[in-house]
Design a protein around this ligand. Structure first.
Ligand SMILES: NC(=O)c1ccc[n+]([C@@H]2O[C@H](COP(=O)([O-])OP(=O)(O)OC[C@H]3O[C@@H](n4cnc5c(N)ncnc54)[C@H](OP(=O)(O)O)[C@@H]3O)[C@@H](O)[C@H]2O)c1
Length: 324
């Protein structure tokens, strides 16, 4: 069965989603919504999408659409998801799914009550490199994982109107980039029981760089940094009792892994063709095919836990929250 998708918003990631869908066998994009009908029509004609709408609720109400991809800024994710879920649509929502754990719980609760599929678009987890990582860990090649060190950051020019620097749009390093090293910690070590962090708030009021230490039951530690005003290595290392795994830049989408244990280093190739968003789309299709309303790889409780960790970090830094 072909899944008929609608896209909410017409920005950068929406364009990548269109490219990714072109490599997926059992999906097609049939609608796009924008705040402006002109932009919706321009996007639909540029990408050969049949229907255009001037708001997400109208797209979600259309029976010709099965699933909605939420590609708005972070601050729009909750309202766009809730509009889609209440119309009975399945939803793939860009990361971070919510501005806070309270919002994430509300969104998860709505989807669970309606019986629709909902997943946070943490695309990393579906890439060949991350699937290989899960296998290497399960094989015990580095023993018991004890430490995850990961950073992800760039020096982006300050633009008070851009989504990264605007507090009203959910700007800042933690929510936009920190989520990638944080989800890696969670994938490897589980949910943290203690979170300490500090960071710097810039002139526009968003967190510009941060460092956090996550303690996990059993003693595992996550050491995470993220920034929108500091270039970082964008690497990750997972150390275990018997070795370590290196994720080269960019740690959220590496195309190989290096596994060091028993006195040798093995390189595991994990490159792929086209846009890597296609793997998360395939996961949604697999779940819908088998009647699942959550992905076992990125379930909603994982999203809520990640949102809780980001809440704690932002509170520690002292960021004043908007709309959360
Ligand atoms: N997975 C990834 O690798 C990845 C990469 C980049 C971004 N993302 C995520 O995708 C989301 C969108 O990021 P993006 O880079 O595509 O952003 P973007 O280029 O700024 O586009 C966002 C779009 O959202 C719509 N929008 C709705 N309300 C808006 C508002 N108040 N202000 C500005 N735009 C608004 C706009 O489309 P209309 O004008 O048509 O309504 C705009 O084009 C973010 O949550 C981000 O975290 C994920």
């Amino acid at each position: 069965m072909t899944v008929r998708w609608g896209i909410a918003a017409t920005g950068g990631i929406a364009t990548r989603f269109v490219a990714a869908m072109s490599m997926v066998a059992d999906g097609e994009i049939v609608g796009v919504a924008s705040r402006s009908m002109d932009r919706a029509r321009a996007f639909s004609s540029e990408h050969g999408i049949p229907y255009a709408y001037d708001d997400v609720a109208a797209l979600a109400a259309d029976d010709r659409i099965d699933a909605v991809y939420i590609a708005s800024p972070h601050s729009g994710h909750a309202s766009d998801t809730l509009a889609s879920v209440s119309a009975g649509k399945h939803v793939l929502c860009e990361k971070p799914m919510a501005l806070s754990a309270v919002q994430a719980e509300q969104m998860a609760g709505a989807a669970r009550a309606r019986g629709t599929f909902l997943m946070e678009a943490v695309w990393s987890r579906f890439l060949p490199s991350y699937r290989a990582l899960v296998d290497v860990l399960a094989e015990g090649r580095i023993g018991v994982p004890l430490l995850v060190e990961a950073d992800f950051g760039f020096r982006v020019p300050v633009d008070p109107d851009g989504r990264l620097f605007d507090p009203a749009l959910g700007g800042g390093a933690v929510l936009d980039l920190g989520i990638y090293p944080l989800q890696l910690c969670s994938l490897v070590l589980g949910h943290p029981d203690r979170v300490t962090a500090d960071g710097e708030i810039g002139v526009t009021g968003v967190d510009e760089h941060m460092a956090a230490v996550l303690h996990h039951p059993g003693g595992g530690l996550g050491v995470v940094k993220a920034a929108i005003r500091v270039p970082m290595s964008c690497r990750a290392r997972i150390s275990g009792s018997d070795g370590w795994i290196d994720l080269p830049p960019f740690m959220h989408c590496p195309d190989y892994l290096e596994v060091s244990s028993a006195g040798r280093t093995d390189r595991i190739e994990a490159g792929f063709e086209g846009d890597g968003l296609r793997f998360e789309i395939e996961e949604v299709h697999r779940c819908l095919d088998t009647g699942r309303t959550e992905s076992p790889v990125m379930p909603l409780d994982e999203t809520i836990s990640l949102a809780r960790t980001m809440d704690r970090i932002l509170d520690r830094i002292g960021v004043v929250r908007h709309q959360a």
